[in-house]
Design a protein around this ligand. Sequence first.
Ligand code: SF4
Length: 320
Amino acid sequence: MLYNFEKPKDAYQIIPQFLTEKGPATFPPYVTFQLVDKCNFKCIMCPRTYIESTNTHFDLDLFKKAIDEISLQGSLIRFIGFDEPFLYKHIKEAISYVKSKKLILHITTNGSLLNSEMREHIVKEKVDSMIFSFQGLSKEEYCAMRAVPLSTYDKVMSNVRSLFHERQNKLPYLKLTTTITSRDDLSCEEEFRREHMQFLDEIQITGFTHFVQVDEYFGRNSIWNELKLKPQKLIKNKKCFYPNYDMIVRANGGVYPCCGSFTEEMKIGNISTQSIREVWDSMELAKVREKTCSGDLEHFSDCKYCPIRYEDEEIKNPVL
Ligand code: SF4
């Protein structure tokens, strides 16, 4: 077995060695599954809102076949993407199958669908970590950017608190990530941390948003004025090494080189007809790496409008 991770963070700690043109990992240290082509939120900053949902659910047998192959290498499994994983009709079976193979499992969710039955399953199966994706530093900003009523925020917070109290042996590890803009009052940061850290293990605050995609790719250039934001600045000569260690499999079995891809342009294979190993070693993926690792980030639309290429000077700690 190639990897022997004890917790999700172990998979991220080996990434620095792949941040180079020298080449990719032997096998992806983590594989991300977007289990359903759908989300129950319509966040104004997310590409998902502007892409038509097909409501495709991952074929469970195909998912199990992929997990069987990955279990031979020990990669971290992640349920993340431009979807809400708890909308997947086989989510409980998928969680149980990953854990039955002794793999480390991480899930990122908006937290709105974690009813008591689902929380019980998460705790029983010992899911290793979960991230609740937030927006802003206040209830009002969260609801404005996520286009949800205030009651949804209360429901999410109630689910987070319940899971914190119900978990055993501190599993899953609970983290909240929130992305902020110049609309946020940064003086509220300390209070935000104090309030939420009572029910979490970690909080991460960044300026990582998708406004450039919403503006340039989806043609909603009024977004900056509507939100009273200044357009983000392009970082010159940026290279991207994500395809050296990242891989996402979408609900239809299609494989893409990073979880930032939202079009079909960078499709590199399909696990209905190929193994993960075949896709990882394919010419298609080699061609993508050639472009991104050399800094040709204009070639694919996904890269051209990717948030990692843009900075926001008003945010103290943007993800670069
Ligand atoms: S620049 Fe391209 S390859 Fe890199 S993370 Fe963005 S979309 Fe993915």
